[in-house]
Design a protein around this ligand. Structure first.
Ligand code: KIV
Length: 279
């Protein structure tokens, strides 16, 4: 059996200077493909809300929706670490609620870790989860659950004061026990400096090559996204166009009678000649 990627394995990769990969996944077939392709971590992101469920942003996503999709991803995964993203209001209201919701990702969802957004104000929650035995990934920079407070989806940590706050938050989260930290939409130079000050790996999204690993929303990098993709996305294929071409060809075939062909039909055995005319 293939060994599962662990928090320890990620620390060893950082020490060796080996970059780590993470992609979002929300369903069984995608998780199986990404896992077979060797991705180190699958994030069941709360981006589920805007990428798959058709919400405006991540705020409406519920614990039950996250658990439903985490279960499907876990069933498709053998090697990758599965990280469940704690949705808005699942960890901000009280420590017991945070622990009980975090625990659901492992107990019901089959994840190996959770991720949550925020800096030093979340250190207490991180500590409680880690003390309960729940590995936690932090998330700093552009934190989409705070989109209304941030005034939109903007690059963070751009000036000296903001960059200092980012580093202080990163150090506070590390001290509280996170095993890795996502840095989203942060200038490359700032992310590289934060990365060099931390023992734990940083996983960048729009944070440049100086991070220890990279994460992208899978629909963005496969060209399946319904939304305008941000500047930091590299699109490796345009699957959305492939799907539309295939569906148009199917429609033409059905309407012209070219599909189904003989090769798609079941035949009766040679010695049988069923006739239905007498019924
Ligand atoms: O929900 C998500 O997909 C994320 C990534 C963008 C890091 O948090």
């Amino acid at each position: 059996m293939m060994a599962r990627v662990t928090t320890m394995a990620l620390m060893e990769m950082k020490a060796r200077g080996e970059k780590m990969t993470m992609l979002t996944a929300y369903d069984y077939p995608t998780a199986s493909l990404l896992d077979e392709a060797g991705v180190d971590m699958l994030l069941v992101g709360d981006s589920l809300g805007n990428v798959v469920l058709g919400y405006e942003d991540t705020l409406p996503v519920t614990m039950d929706e996250m658990i439903h999709h985490t279960k499907a991803v876990a069933r498709g995964t053998r090697r990758a670490m599965v990280v469940g993203d704690m949705p808005f209001l699942s960890y901000q209201t009280s420590l017991p609620e945070a622990v009980s919701n975090g625990g659901r990702f492992l107990k019901e969802g089959g994840a190996q870790a959770v991720k949550l957004e925020g800096g030093s104000e979340r250190a207490g929650v991180v500590r409680s989860l880690v003390e309960t035995g729940i590995p936690v990934m932090g998330h700093l920079g552009l934190t989409p659950q705070s989109v209304h407070q941030l005034g939109g989806f903007r690059v963070q940590g751009k000036d000296e004061a903001a960059a200092r706050r980012l580093l202080q938050d990163a150090l506070a989260l590390e001290e509280a026990g996170v095993f890795a930290l996502v840095l989203e939409a942060v200038p490359a130079q700032v992310a590289a400096q934060v990365t060099s000050r931390l023992q734990v790996p940083t996983i960048g999204i729009g944070a440049g090559p100086g991070c220890d690993g990279q994460v992208l929303v899978v629909h963005d990098m496969l060209g399946l996204s319904m939304r305008k993709t941000p500047k930091f996305v590299k699109q490796y294929v345009r699957l959305g166009d492939c799907i539309k071409d295939a569906v148009r060809a199917y429609q033409e075939d059905v309407k012209s009678g070219a599909f189904p062909g003989l090769e798609h039909c079941y035949a009766v055995p040679k010695n049988e000649q069923p006739s239905l005319s007498k019924i």
